[in-house]
Design a protein around this ligand. Sequence first.
Ligand code: PEP
Ligand code: MG
Length: 321
Amino acid sequence: RKAVEDAAKDEPAVTTDGHQVAVVANIGGADDAREAMQHGAEGVGLLRSEFVFMERPTAPTEQEQADVYAECSRALKPGQPLVLRTLDVGGDKPLSYLPIPKEENPFLGLRGVRVGLEQPEVLRTQLRAIFAAAGAGAELHVMFPMIATIADWRAAKAIFDEEKAASGITTKVSCGIMMEVPSVAVMAQQFAAEEGCDFFSVGTNDLTSYTLAMDRGHPKLAAQVDPCNPAVLTLIGQAAAALHAQGKWLGVCGGVASDPQAVPILVGLGVDELSASIPAIPSVKAKVREYSLEQCKELAAQAVTCSTPEEVRSLVPMDQD
Ligand code: PEP
Ligand code: MG
């Protein structure tokens, strides 16, 4: 099986009835970007930019950041998408030089874009670095993590617009939202109607945690934090329908995009792009090719009527080797 998947890794992921799904990679930096290309990635669906900030005593300068983003961009084929997620710290991801006051409930506190809105210079510097890297090859997309309200989005987008105007670049840089708080999935229609909101990508790791109110790292609960829970799949399916009605696309960049059993269900729910871990890319593409879009839609329709994640998983046979 692996040999067959690897042989076709550079071919597009097209269902038996001709529906193409973009298969891209989750990366942490330029080395990953190059490796992703070797595994057949069609771009990057999630650059976890916090990796550029981690394991160093001070914050990277604007120039240092711009260099990394440009290097990632150059590693891709011209015109391929590079989705850069702005700094996502707080919660489970601390940074020594960017102190976040100790909180009773860090997962419900200052994390993701909330840190950037609280300390706008951090977000502004990062956006300037991203705009400086525009034109290096890939098509840039900026994505804000942990958006929960329309006010969050408008505040972040206003900063994006100001910095883009100040940068003087004329290249199009798309701007989108990470769907990892249930409110964004529930209100997908309103978010999609926001001016300049181009795309969404589901962070199923956090979306599952917040939907079930269970910490994905909790020793007793983590096993139940399954993104194939019908509640999570229902949110994704309803959001996809609302976004498509307004011509916006939806990716999935959480871990479930790398899960072969989930792939046909996600495609059937209307997901346009799967952003997987680098080694999983050939098998994700192969999985898409095994099904017709009609079969995927049928599986998705059944999945959202299931009562448990186990029932959902029993719909899709596991690979035997
Ligand atoms: C997610 O929450 O699914 C996600 C992709 O973001 P991270 O795992 O980096 O929190
Ligand atoms: Mg997340």
